[in-house]
Design a protein around this ligand. Structure first.
Ligand code: PMP
Length: 427
């Protein structure tokens, strides 16, 4: 689809809601306002139909049988590898299917176990999701490598000066999120990758956690020049249980398969085995066929809308919400975390309200039909040590959210605060 103007985008995305059956329902008698998209996005009917289609028409294992159903399943499954490669400007053999971002990051870290040595250094940031933190913490513990953190400034951005001072010849891994799932910070990863490559003489692997960015903007891994880019289908309207590791071919050659079994082998003898070629050596066992094929329909669905249109509409919602929260911060005791500059902020808003616990906020908003998340958002060090709170509430938008939903949310947030102040809880 062509690129639309602001007014055209608002109109277009208002109509798109009809593609999502779940959004038609009411919760506690109120129209569902789903703004927990940072956790998982809702699913269009085409994707749901595709799962049913596979199981009712050609359920069969892939890569093995020579019968009609298996050939159809294999062909549909492998088409998704091509679609995924085209979606992010990669080559087919650079796409590994896994079960999600978490599994993908573990696949890379476990694959580097025999490469990382004592005294090597791994750099991550203080804003990482546990999936991109505990994984490297464990690799450091197992190998004796040193784990270093890029600091997060009070404005929610990475401390570039400090980051540069961490880099040296011992740096072997930089693993960083593209967009923070708590602060909504859009990290300038292209610039970061450039600096890292230059300062480490191209010896450091750059690993990008793309869980929060893949569904919200066009991604071109060649332009980014990252070694790995990892994401989950469920954050971009796809099913749960399917994720992607993009690896530059030369980077994939550096990691060792760590899950063994069928499909990942070439020859097996009693004493030894040889492994299949990249990417199949990283895909042992029966894969998640139905969900992978359904993910393919979602790639088509999003591509048809246009990732530039989605990115642009995200900015419209983000700008509108940023304007609205000024009053909440000034007059209602709200604190919103993360950047306030539109170019550095995605549609993810974490906040606290003076005197109100985040779990109470979620429960009360649920009574208004609004689905938000409360807690540490799988980023405990960030929540506790940088934001210095126990928990926060998070509103995260996607393209089926509307300006009128934002107006409704803002009104409800004001009610939450005033009812709490009066001691009249809305339960
Ligand atoms: N990284 C980030 C930034 C995320 O937001 C998430 C999901 N909340 C993950 C990693 C983990 O993704 P998954 O649970 O799909 O493996």
């Amino acid at each position: 689809m062509k690129q639309l103007s602001n007014q055209e985008l608002i109109k277009y995305f208002k109509k798109i809601r009809k593609d999502f059956p779940i959004l038609k329902q009411k919760v506690h008698g109120k129209k569902l306002v789903y703004v927990d998209n940072g956790a998982t996005a809702q699913k269009p009917q085409v994707m749901i139909d595709s799962i049913s289609d596979y199981y009712s028409k050609y359920n069969s294992n892939v890569h093995r049988g020579l019968h009609t159903l298996s050939e159809k399943a294999t062909s549909e499954y492998e088409k998704v590898r091509t679609k995924t490669a085209n979606f992010i400007n990669a080559k087919e053999e650079e796409i590994i299917f896994t079960s999600g971002t978490t599994a993908g990051l573990n696949l890379i870290a476990n694959g580097l176990l025999d490469k990382i040595k004592k005294d090597d250094e791994i750099i991550i940031s203080e804003m990482e999701h546990h999936a991109n933190l505990v994984t490297w913490q464990q690799l450091a513990l197992k190998t004796g490598a040193k784990l270093k953190y890029v600091k997060v400034l009070q404005n929610g951005e990475l401390d570039f000066k400090q980051a540069e001072s961490l880099l040296n010849k011992k740096t072997k891994i930089l693993a960083i999120t593209h967009i923070s799932n708590v602060l909504g910070t859009i990290n300038p990863i292209k610039k970061i990758i450039e600096i890292v490559k230059r300062k480490t003489n191209h010896k450091c692997l750059t690993i990008i956690d793309g869980a929060q960015s893949i569904g919200h903007m066009p991604i071109d891994v060649k332009k980014l020049d990252c070694d790995f880019f990892v994401f989950s289908a469920h954050k971009m309207c796809g099913p749960t249980g399917i994720g992607i590791v993009y690896g530059k071919y030369s980077a994939l050659e550096k990691i060792t398969p760590s899950i063994y079994g069928g499909d990942m082998i070439l020859e097996v003898e009693f004493e030894k085995s040889s492994f299949n070629k990249i990417p199949f050596c990283f895909e042992a066992g029966t894969p998640n066929i139905a969900d992978t094929i359904a993910f393919g329909t979602v790639i088509d669905y999003l591509s048809n809308i246009g990732m530039k249109n989605i990115e642009h509409y995200d900015k419209i919602l983000t700008k509108y919400f940023l304007d609205e929260i000024k009053d909440l911060e000034k007059n209602y005791g709200f604190h919103f975390y993360g950047p306030k500059a539109i170019s550095k902020k995605s549609a993810v808003f974490s906040f606290t309200i003076d005197g109100v616990h985040s779990h109470d906020i979620s429960t009360i908003l649920d009574k208004f039909g609004i689905a938000v998340r409360g807690g540490h958002h799988c980023a405990m060090p960030l929540t506790n040590s940088v934001m210095k709170v126990v928990a926060s509430s998070r509103i995260s938008f996607y393209f089926y959210n509307t300006i009128s939903e934002i107006d409704y949310i803002i009104n409800c947030l004001k009610k939450v605060k005033s009812e709490f102040d009066k001691g009249e809880f809305l339960f």
